[in-house]
Design a protein around this ligand. Structure first.
Ligand SMILES: [Zn+2]
Length: 304
């Protein structure tokens, strides 16, 4: 069984507190992981505005105890309180991750702008988000990023094409079954896409059939495929905070079952691009998640 832990860092609080806690735990457990960090301002408070547009959001805020999980400062960031930079507030934390052998990639610039307005900001806006994010990454890490993970698993043609032109080693922008190459306007893009295969904790937490930590642990163990790559996205704000104990139990249970933890860059390095299936990227919804996400569509043609 192979497990790639994809750790998304969406907020100032997640990078300040969640990331060091997760890194310490993973190091202690001898487990590899990949971190994707939002490089720009923390505007998480603006996500509250989704309440007015998206009926699923409010119930999710309560169900996942968002206020106790994120804290009032984060909830208000970018609204009545000014937004704080995420990556640039903790450059040493990011450099320390790299020095400790973790993979570090880009999780967009302004997470909320990307997630809520990707289709409104146009090609220019998409390029600005990417260029700003990559510039901050370069300034902190001292080398260009090699990977990108889209905020909120949302992408569109402009983003797919702009990222493909950047010739990254891989992207992890979508939800899906296994690595593939995206088809845009009939053209098979070069960059491999390594999709998240598992549901996230906030999507399943609070389900009546999963009433406690033990039920959730068994749910994730049951979903983990023994003969394929499992890409499990976790959040610094969730598994790195209130859910750290439960997540540690899951890591140990996976280890007990012989799981091998790999970084996404290792997965990318062994992919034969010519052998990957070519798939359209479609818009879909997921139980427990408000709004749309980008997903791996059916296999269209075999590439090359
Ligand atoms: Zn995110």
């Amino acid at each position: 069984m192979e497990v790639a832990l994809k750790i998304d860092v969406d907020t100032h609080q997640g990078l300040e507190h969640g990331v060091p806690r997760l890194a310490t735990m993973l190091e202690r457990e001898g487990v590899a992981a990949s971190f994707y960090i939002a490089m720009g301002p923390d505007n998480s408070g603006r996500a509250i505005l989704r309440v007015f547009r998206n009926r699923g959001f409010l119930s999710k805020m309560f169900r996942t105890k968002a206020v106790s999980m994120y804290g009032t400062r984060t909830i208000l960031s970018g609204t009545i309180l000014p937004s704080r930079p995420i990556a640039l507030s903790f450059p040493e934390t990011i450099r320390a991750l790299k020095a400790r052998g973790f993979e570090v990639g880009v999780h967009g610039y302004d997470h909320v702008r990307w997630q809520d307005h990707l289709d409104d900001i146009g090609e220019r806006g998409v390029r600005d988000e990417l260029e700003d994010a990559f510039e901050v990454f370069r300034a902190i890490v001292g080398e260009p990023p090699r990977s990108f993970a889209a905020p909120g698993w949302r992408t569109n043609d402009a983003a797919l094409l702009a990222l493909d032109a950047m010739a990254l080693d891989y992207r992890s922008d979508t939800r899906g079954r296994s690595p593939y190459r995206c088809v845009v306007n009939g053209k098979v893009l070069a960059t491999p896409e390594i999709p998240t295969t598992m549901p996230t904790l906030d999507e399943v937490m609070g389900r009546p059939d999963l009433p406690d930590a033990n039920a959730l642990l068994n749910f994730y163990l049951g979903l983990s495929k023994t003969d394929a790559l499992n890409v499990h996205t976790i959040h610094a704000e969730t598994e790195g905070a209130g859910q750290l104990e439960s997540f540690t139990a899951l890591v140990r249970a996976l280890k007990d079952r012989g799981a091998k933890f790999v970084q996404l860059r290792e997965v990318a390095s062994r992919l034969d691009r010519a052998e990957l299936p070519a798939c359209e990227v479609v818009r879909s919804t997921l139980p427990g998640r408000a709004g749309w996400i980008s997903a791996q569509g059916p296999v269209r043609i075999s590439s090359e």
